[in-house]
Ligand binder design. Structure first.
Ligand SMILES: Cc1ncc(COP(=O)(O)O)c(C=O)c1O
Length: 395
C-alpha cells in the first residue's frame, strides 16, 4: 500500500471489499497459467468461436453507426426478439417489458442482487454454486446460508432435498439463489420442485433468483425446466440468462434478466448508475443469435454429448473416480478416491499431469474434495487431458 495511504486511519476501501472471500477457482486457474504446456479445462466456456452470422450482424451494426448510447434496458428489437424466443422455445408469454438486456449474465446477476438485498439480509444458496453469486452477496453486505445438493452414491446422481432449503429460510431470508442447470454438477431442478419452491416463497415474500444460463444445454431435451414455467407474472422471481454459453459469445458480455413488470423501473435505475446499459452494437449480434441460432446450439450439444461418452467411458470406469453422468451443461464434477484436499489435488494435476481443473471448494462449503472439469473442448484435447489425469490417478 502506498506510504501516503498508510498514514490514514480510515481504511481506503470498503471493509467488505477488503474482506472478500478468495476465489479459489480463479487462483488455481492463475496457478496453471504460469506453467508451460498445461491443458486447461478449468475455464467455463466452449472452444468454438462465435458463428459468423452473429459476428457479421454486429459488424454491420457498427458500420451502420450503432455506436452511440442506447436505451438502458436494451434495444427494443432485442427485447422483443427474446420475448418471441420464449414463446417459440418455451411456449411462454413474456412481454418485452419483463426482459432487461444487460452487459453479461454476471451483470444481470449484480443488478438482480443489488436491487433486492439490503445489508444484513440472508440469501439461501443451493450449492455447489457458481462462486460469483456468493461474491455478489458479499459485495451487497448480505450473508449466504448454503444448502448443498447430495451426491447419491448408489444411484450415481445428484439430488436436492427441498426440505433442507425450506428449513434454511428464516425471517431474514430475502432470496433463494439457484443455478439450474447447475454449474458445476450438471444437475437441474425438476418442475415439481420449482413449483413447490415458488409456492413456498410466494407465501413468505422471498425472492427466487434463478441463474438459467445453461437452460439450453440439456441432453436429450430442447431445454431445461425454468422457474418461468411455474411462476405467475407478478411473482418475486428474477431469472438470469446469457448469450455466453449456448451461442459461444463469452467475450461479448451480453445477457439478460427476466423479472416482473413492476421491477422494470427499479432495474433501469440501478443499471443507469451501474453502466448505463449494455453496448449498442453487440445487441444486433444478439438478435441474430436468438433468431437463427438453433442449428448452432444443436451442433454444440452434439459435440458435448459425444465428449460425455468419452468421459464416462474413461473416467466413469476408473475405479478411483466417482462421477455422475452430466445431465446438462458442459461440466463434469467428480471425486477421486484418496484425494480429499481439492486444492492440493488440482495443484498436483497441474504440476505432475499438466492439466488444470477447478477445485470443488470454489463452489461451496460442502464441495471439498470434488473437482470440476469443463469438457466443451475438441475431442482431441479432451482425450489428451484425460490421458494426463490418468497419468496422475491411474487408469
Ligand atoms: C452459472 C453461470 N452464470 C453466469 C455465468 C457468466 O455469464 P456471463 O459470461 O454472461 O457473464 C457463468 C459463467 O461461467 C455461469 O457458470
Amino acid at each position: 500500500m502506498p506510504e501516503t495511504i498508510k498514514n490514514i486511519s480510515r481504511a481506503p476501501f470498503r471493509r467488505v471489499v477488503q474482506d472478500l472471500s478468495e476465489n479459489k477457482g480463479a487462483n488455481i486457474l492463475r496457478y496453471g497459467w504460469g506453467k508451460p504446456d498445461v491443458i486447461s479445462l478449468g475455464q467455463g466456456e466452449g472452444c468454438a468461436p462465435t458463428p459468423d452470422f452473429i459476428a457479421d450482424a454486429c459488424a454491420q451494426a457498427m458500420r451502420d453507426g450503432k455506436t452511440h448510447y442506447g436505451p438502458v434496458l436494451g434495444q427494443p428489437a432485442l427485447r422483443k426478439e427474446i420475448s418471441d424466443y420464449y414463446k417459440r422455445i418455451f411456449d411462454l408469454d413474456l412481454p418485452s417489458n419483463r426482459i432487461f438486456i444487460t452487459a453479461s449474465g454476471t451483470t444481470a446477476m449484480h443488478l438482480a442482487l443489488t436491487s433486492i438485498l439490503d445489508a444484513g439480509d440472508e440469501a439461501v444458496a443451493v450449492t455447489p454454486i457458481w462462486k460469483n453469486l456468493l461474491g455478489a452477496v458479499e459485495v451487497a453486505e448480505a450473508h449466504t446460508v448454503q444448502v448443498a445438493i447430495d451426491y447419491i452414491e448408489d444411484e450415481n446422481r445428484w439430488l436436492l432435498d427441498l426440505d433442507r432449503v425450506f428449513d434454511a429460510c428464516t425471517e431474514k431470508t430475502k432470496a433463494i439463489l439457484i443455478v439450474t442447470p447447475s454449474n458445476p454438477t450438471g444437475w437441474y431442478m425438476c418442475e415439481n420442485h420449482m413449483k413447490r419452491l415458488i409456492d413456498f416463497t410466494r407465501e413468505r415474500g422471498i425472492w427466487i433468483v434463478s441463474d438459467e444460463v445453461y437452460n439450453r444445454a440439456v441432453y436429450g431435451k430442447p431445454r431445461a425446466p425454468s422457474f418461468l414455467d411455474v411462476a405467475e407474472d407478478d411473482d418475486l422471481l428474477l431469472v438470469i440468462n446469457s448469450f455466453s454459453k449456448s451461442w459461444a459469445m463469452t467475450g461479448w458480455r451480453l445477457g439478460w434478466l427476466v423479472g416482473p413488470a413492476f421491477a422494470e423501473d427499479v432495474i433501469r435505475d440501478i443499471a443507469l448508475y451501474d453502466n448505463m446499459g449494455p453496448p449498442t452494437f453487440t445487441q444486433f449480434g444478439g438478435i441474430q443469435a436468438v433468431k437463427e441460432g438453433e442449428d448452432f446450439i444443436q451442433e454444440q450439444m452434439d459435440q458435448w454429448q459425444s465428449n460425455i461418452e468419452m468421459l464416462m467411458a474413461r473416467l466413469g470406469k476408473n475405479p478411483r473416480v466417482k462421477i455422475a453422468r452430466p445431465r446438462s451443461t458442459f461440466y463434469a464434477f467428480f471425486k477421486v478416491d484418496g484425494e480429499e484436499d481439492c486444492i492440493a489435488f488440482t495443484k498436483k494435476l497441474i504440476d505432475e499431469g499438466g492439466v488444470s481443473l477447478t477445485p470443488g471448494c470454489a463452489f461451496g462449503e460442502e464441495c471439498k474434495g470434488w473437482i470440476r472439469l469443463c469438457f466443451a473442448v475438441s475431442p482431441e484435447k479432451l482425450s489428451k487431458a484425460i490421458d494426463r489425469i490418468e497419468k496422475v490417478i491411474g487408469a
